[in-house]
Ligand binder design. Structure first.
Ligand SMILES: [Zn+2]
Length: 174
């Protein structure tokens, strides 16, 4: 690879044009789409802006089907948003990789690999969840508020969100 200014690329979502640095590169392999983090895969690339809006829209794309694992890999690289679980969870909300609400999280606790609790969750509920997490060795964090977490799912309030996909959880924790 040389450092010369290359051709312009186009975001497959918002159609903005620019040099490759402003985009994440995606490649298709065996009918699956992967994030080409190093930008060295030989296949023809597709490009998406390095911002949460385009990643969110990509997560709902009807034709370009990118797995949640790949979306999370990109989300955690967004500048200044490394640990912004709220935005990452927004990107993930249409997937089968998460569940929310105290009852659902407890019902599916056997599948849970990571827990995000609202900072304003009641002490009683947080104690219940923490106890369960410790018992099962599930990492957890407190992040944002009940109403901010509710916004993700168009609810007034959500107290807890759990990640039920191991690889996705690992991507979020690192
Ligand atoms: Zn874009």
């Amino acid at each position: 690879m040389n450092n010369q200014i290359g051709p312009e690329r186009t975001c497959l979502i918002c159609k903005i044009k620019g040099l490759k640095d402003i985009f994440f590169r995606l490649v298709k392999n065996d009918e699956k789409i992967y994030f080409d983090e190093k930008g060295t895969e030989q296949s023809r690339g597709m490009y998406v802006c390095k911002n949460k809006e385009c990643l969110q829209r990509l997560s709902k794309h009807k034709k370009v089907l990118v797995s949640m694992e790949e979306l999370v890999k990109m989300s955690v690289l967004l500048k200044n948003e490394k640990k912004d679980y709220l935005n990452i969870l927004k990107v993930m909300k249409n997937s089968q990789s998460l569940t929310f609400g105290l009852n659902m999280v407890f019902d599916e606790i056997e599948k849970v690999h990571f827990v995000v609790m609202a900072e304003d969750i009641s002490e009683k509920n947080s104690n219940k969840i923490i106890e369960k997490c410790k018992e099962r060795n599930i990492p957890f964090v407190f992040h944002s508020t009940k109403s901010q977490m509710g916004d993700i799912f168009n609810k007034d309030e959500v107290t807890v969100i759990a990640i039920t996909n191991k690889k996705v959880a690992r991507g979020l924790i690192n």
